[in-house]
Design a protein around this ligand. Structure first.
Ligand code: GLC
Ligand code: CA
Length: 482
C-alpha cells in the first residue's frame, strides 16, 4: 500500500461549526464543547477530517467571540480548558483534528492588554493599540467612525469593527511575542491549527489601510513557528479580498505563509457555470505552484448558500455540494450545509448580532433531541438530521456519499483539475485520469457525452445520457473501480 506523505488537510474535508449552535449538553440553550463531543460520532459518520470551531475564548460577546478577552482559556458558557482537551483527544481517536479561530487583529476592550493601554499615555502596552490625537473620517465595518475618543488619555483609538474591539498595532508589533506564546499554548495542547480572522486587514498602516508587506511578514513569522511542530499545524486565513491577484499574496512562495487562504470570489460567484469555472481557472493560474486551494460556500458571516444561490431548491443544493466536494483542494462545509439548511428569518426581537448575521448561526436541527429554549430560533422547512439520516434521497445522505466517494476514489480528492468543453450553463472537469465531474446549472436538459459510467448523481440515476435540469454527476471514464 502506498503511504501518503501529504498533510491530513490536503484534499481532506473541513467542517466549520459554530459552538453556540451545534449541540447543547446541559440544556441552557447554548451549544457547548461537551455537546460537540457528544456529536463526534455524527461527524465521524459524515466523514470529515477536521473541525474549525468559531471562537471559543472568553469574550463579552459584543461580536460573539470575536472580541476576545483572554486568548488562553475557554468561554465559561462553552465549557472549560479540560473540556477542550477532552474534545481534542476524543476527536483525535476518530482521526478528526480540531482547529481554533485566532483573532489577532483586535481584542475586546476588556482584555487586560487594552485596560493597560488606555490607562495612561506612558502605559507599558500603550503602543500595542493604535492611538492618535485626531480622528479622520474613516468608518468602521459595522458603521460609525472607526475612531473612538478615550477621555482618560485624551486620544482616539482605532477600531475597524466595534468600538469594543480596539485594533492591535501590528506595525509596532510589540505584542508579537505574546502571540507566539498564544500559538504555542494551543499547539502544545494538540490544536491542529488555526483559522485566522481578518488576515487581509491584520496590519493597518496608515490606520485603515492594509499594509500587505507587513501582513506577509507576520504570516511568515507564524509559518516558521508552525514549522517547529510535527505534524505541522494548519494556518488557514480569512482573506476577504475580491481580487484573486491579491489572494495569491497570502500564500507567499507557496510554502512560507498561509497553507490555505479562503477564496471569497468563489463564494460570491453565484451558482453560475461560467463565473464559477472562471474563478477556479484564474485561481489555478494565479496561486503559487505548490499552493493548495480551499473552497467554501457558507460561513457565519454570509447568508447560507442554499438560500443565497440555490433558491432553496434541493436539486440545486446537491449540485452546489458536488461543486464544493468535486474541486481540487480542501472543501469547507459550514455546519448545516450537509442538510441544505436555509438561512433562518430571525424575528426582530430575537436578533442578537450587531450586524444581523443571526440567520446563518441558528441551532443545528438534530431532531432526536430538542433544544431547550435555544439562544437563537431554529429554522423550519428543512428536515432534521434524524429524518435525513433515514432517507437515502436526502441532502445529508447525498453529501455523505460524496465525502465517502472522495475517500474511496482518491482522484476526486487529489487528482489534477482540467476543465472540459461543455455547452453553456454546464461546467465539466476531469480529475486525474479517469474521473469526470459535470454539472448542469440550468433548468433545461443538456446534451453532452459523459463518456463513462455515472457513479454518483444528484438525481439518483445511473445511465450516462446527458444531464437533466439542475443535475450533477461524477463519472468514471476508465476501468478504475467506482
Ligand atoms: C471576521 C469574522 C466576523 C467578525 C469580524 C470581526 O470577519 O468572521 O464574524 O465579526 O471578523 O472580528
Ligand atoms: Ca450549554
Amino acid at each position: 500500500m502506498l503511504t501518503s506523505r501529504r498533510p491530513w488537510w490536503q484534499g481532506g474535508v473541513l467542517y466549520q461549526l459554530y459552538p453556540r449552535s451545534f449541540a447543547d449538553s446541559n440544556d441552557d440553550g447554548v451549544g457547548d464543547l461537551a455537546g460537540i463531543r457528544g456529536r463526534l460520532d455524527y461527524l465521524g459518520w459524515l466523514g470529515v477530517d477536521g473541525i474549525w470551531l468559531n471562537p471559543t475564548f472568553p469574550s463579552p460577546n459584543e461580536d460573539w467571540g470575536y472580541d476576545v478577552s483572554d486568548y488562553c482559556d475557554v468561554h465559561p458558557e462553552l465549557g472549560t480548558l479540560a473540556d477542550l482537551d477532552g474534545l481534542i483527544a476524543e476527536a483525535g481517536d476518530r482521526d478528526i483534528r480540531i482547529l481554533l479561530d485566532l483573532v489577532p487583529a483586535h481584542t475586546s476592550d476588556r482584555h487586560e492588554w487594552f485596560l493597560d493601554s488606555r490607562s495612561s499615555r506612558a502605559a507599558q502596552k500603550r503602543r500595542w493599540y493604535i492611538w492618535r490625537d485626531e480622528a479622520d473620517d474613516q468608518l468602521s465595518v459595522f458603521g460609525g467612525s472607526a475612531w473612538a475618543y478615550d477621555e482618560t488619555t485624551g486620544q482616539y483609538y482605532h477600531h475597524r469593527f466595534l468600538l469594543e474591539q480596539p485594533d492591535l498595532n501590528w506595525i509596532g508589533g510589540e505584542m508579537r511575542d505574546a502571540f507566539d506564546d498564544i500559538l504555542r499554548f494551543w499547539f502544545d495542547r494538540g490544536v491542529a491549527g488555526f483559522r485566522i480572522d481578518v488576515v487581509h486587514a491584520l496590519v493597518k498602516d496608515p490606520p485603515g489601510h492594509a499594509n500587505l508587506p507587513a501582513i506577509n511578514d507576520v504570516l511568515r513569522h507564524w509559518r516558521a513557528l508552525a514549522n517547529e511542530y510535527e505534524p505541522q499545524p494548519l494556518l488557514i486565513g480569512e482573506t476577504w479580498v475580491m481580487e484573486l491577484e491579491k489572494l495569491a499574496a497570502f500564500y507567499g512562495n507557496g510554502s512560507d505563509q498561509l497553507h490555505l487562504a479562503f477564496n471569497f470570489p468563489f463564494m460570491f460567484a453565484g451558482l453560475d457555470a461560467g463565473a464559477l469555472a472562471g474563478v477556479v481557472r484564474r485561481t489555478e493560474e494565479l496561486m503559487p505552484p505548490d499552493a493548495s486551494l480551499v473552497w467554501a460556500l457558507s460561513n457565519h458571516d454570509v447568508v447560507r448558500f442554499p438560500t443565497r444561490i440555490c433558491e432553496e431548491d434541493d436539486a440545486r443544493v446537491k449540485c452546489a455540494l458536488v461543486i464544493l466536494l468535486g474541486l481540487p483542494g480542501t472543501p469547507v462545509l459550514y455546519y448545516g450545509d450537509e442538510l441544505g439548511l436555509h438561512q433562518v428569518q430571525v424575528p426582530d426581537d430575537r436578533v442578537l448580532d450587531v450586524h444581523g448575521r443571526d440567520g446563518a448561526r441558528t441551532p443545528m436541527p438534530w431532531g432526536d433531541v430538542d433544544w431547550q429554549a435555544p439562544w437563537l430560533p431554529l429554522g423550519e422547512g428543512v428536515a432534521s438530521v434524524a429524518v435525513q439520516r433515514e432517507d437515502p434521497s436526502s441532502i445529508l445522505s447525498f453529501c455523505r456519499e460524496l465525502i465517502a466517494l472522495r475517500r474511496r476514489r482518491t482522484e476526486l480528492s487529489h487528482g489534477r483539475y482540467e476543465q472540459l468543453d461543455a455547452p453553456a450553463g454546464v461546467w465539466a472537469w476531469r480529475r486525474g485520469q479517469e474521473t469526470v465531474v459535470a454539472i448542469n446549472l440550468t433548468a433545461q436538459p443538456a446534451q453532452l457525452d459523459l463518456g463513462g459510467e455515472v457513479i454518483l448523481s444528484t438525481s439518483g440515476r445511473r445511465e450516462s445520457r446527458g444531464l437533466g435540469p439542475w443535475e450533477g454527476v461524477v463519472v468514471s471514464t476508465g476501468r478504475m473501480s467506482p
